[in-house]
Design a binder for this molecule. Structure first.
Ligand code: SF4
Length: 326
């Protein structure tokens, strides 16, 4: 055990003041408490933000959705507006972790969770993410679960979140509030690939607080859904996953939003698959041809050579399910 201080912020201003002085924000605590117990993380000051007024899901002026950072995963999945307009979000949440954790964990915390592998949690193993410059035990170790896209020599861990895959597919953005005011960051720029600094995972500036995730309005009707392939049917990370949203009008696909999980160091948007779909009729022959582009650029490791093929098949199956020809 090591000493740390704990403070509860009653207002956003109080939270920002504490954050400016190096405090770490905590709400559900489902990741940070674990990592602190395991001495992987050593926060000196924890700032409890769970009383801040960030618990609403609202429709934006442009017809999109704004999900407050402190809305729990369970509340988000159960929300009627989320379920009817973006079922891909609800499904991705319901396939995540356990019911108990979904009740505690927040949307803001979910997208702030560490990109990690089992070696990250093992303080006796080399891990550039936990201890920059120490090496990466996963490269020569057991790397079946690891990433095949967006990797670097420094780190090959997959991003763990399911709902982040849905956010990436839907081209969401993250609202941040900090000492310099408010800003909105496209989701594609929010989560960072490891490069040579795998310890830096989100484009959050010191003291900034996530206030909401915004999903843009998309043309209607929009069919969407999430498929997760994993070793067991609950409480398990994805080997591969696919978030798909399709807008079909006049018998032609007009909009296609596709992203993959379990394969990238960040949720992996699939623009080549999307481009293959747009302008085409949603017929049986289309899905496999589009999905064949999903794993382009993949660089498997020793134990996960199966992932590119599994990714293609996962995307194909979910395109077929959402596209209506299953
Ligand atoms: Fe650490 Fe990343 Fe290597 Fe895992 S893959 S051991 S998180 S550096």
């Amino acid at each position: 055990m090591y000493p740390f201080s704990f403070t509860k912020a009653a207002t956003t201003r109080e939270a920002l003041n504490a954050g400016r002085n190096g405090g770490r924000y905590i709400a559900g605590g489902t990741t940070l408490v674990d990592l602190t117990r395991e001495t992987v993380e050593w926060p000196e000051t924890l700032v409890d933000i769970s009383d801040l007024p960030l618990r609403e899901i609202t429709v934006t002026e442009r017809g999109g959705l704004r999900i407050g950072a402190l809305v729990s995963m369970a509340e988000t999945a159960a929300n009627r507006k989320v379920r009817t307009t973006y079922p891909v979000i609800a499904e991705s949440l319901e396939l995540s972790v356990s019911a108990q954790l979904r009740n505690m964990a927040t949307i803001g915390g979910n997208i702030m969770q560490r990109t990690r592998c089992t070696y990250f949690r093992d303080v006796t193993a080399a891990c550039n993410k936990r201890e920059p410059g120490s090496g990466c035990a996963a490269r020569e170790g057991f790397n079946r679960m690891h990433a095949v896209l967006g990797t670097s020599y420094a780190c090959v861990a997959t991003h763990p979140s399911d709902v982040a895959v849905a956010f990436a597919a839907l081209e969401a953005s993250v609202h941040l509030l900090g000492p310099d005011g408010e800003r909105q960051v496209p989701f594609a720029d929010f989560l960072l690939r490891p490069g040579s600094t795998p310890d830096r995972e989100q484009a959050v500036r010191p003291g900034e607080l996530i206030t909401a995730v915004e999903i843009p309005a998309l043309p209607r009707p929009l069919k969407s859904g999430y498929l997760k392939v994993r070793d067991r049917q609950s409480y398990e990370f994805a080997l591969t996953s696919a978030a798909v949203a399709l807008h079909v009008r006049g018998g032609v696909i007009r909009e296609a939003k596709v992203a993959a999980g379990g394969v990238g160091t960040v949720p992996w948007k699939l623009p080549a698959v999307e481009q293959h779909l747009i302008g085409e009729r949603p017929l049986e022959a289309l899905w496999a041809a589009a999905a064949a582009k999903a794993a382009e650029g993949a660089r498997p490791l020793r134990h996960n050579r199966f992932k590119p093929e599994l990714l293609n098949r996962t995307v194909e199956r979910q395109l077929r399910i959402v596209g209506g020809t299953k």
